[in-house]
Ligand binder design. Sequence first.
Ligand code: ZN
Length: 187
Amino acid sequence: MVDQEKIREAVRLLLEGIGEDVTREGLAETPDRIARMYEELFSGMGTDAGEPLSRVFSVDSNEMVLEKDIVFYSMCEHHLMPFYGKAHIAYIPDGRVVGLSKLARTVEVYARRLQIQERMTGQIADELMRYLAPQGAMVVLEAEHMCMTMRGVKKPGSKTVSVAARGVFKDNPLLQEHFFAMLRLQG
Ligand code: ZN
């Protein structure tokens, strides 16, 4: 739960710091707007994915499950700027699966807090391993970081890709290749 008064105060100072007149009409509501927005953007703090991932159901087949193109928006902890893109999650069950919407919910929990992309990738994979206990899990995040593209360090549209492999994916290049081949499929 964010401290809205502190955020309002900080935004006023920030505006003064860049030389703005905090009393002008366009900015009058800005501190309050940002405080309310942060309530939502950081709503994943202090929670884990236990709740969505704890509802599992049994399957007979342990074929690889892949949920791709899960759109997410997060905030870079180094610059307080958005980074956003898609998450692709695969796992090989060990007799148990979760509803596909729960994977998206897990991404959401870890996106709605200050993050670095590499850590978020690992956290999603670790939560899957912890709650679902599959034979293995693999997570790929591809994202555009506003802190890079807005400042011209990288060209707009350039993507940062991060990978986390756990369990049987970890030391098995063939399985990893299978994952990337499935990612490339249409649809
Ligand atoms: Zn950054």
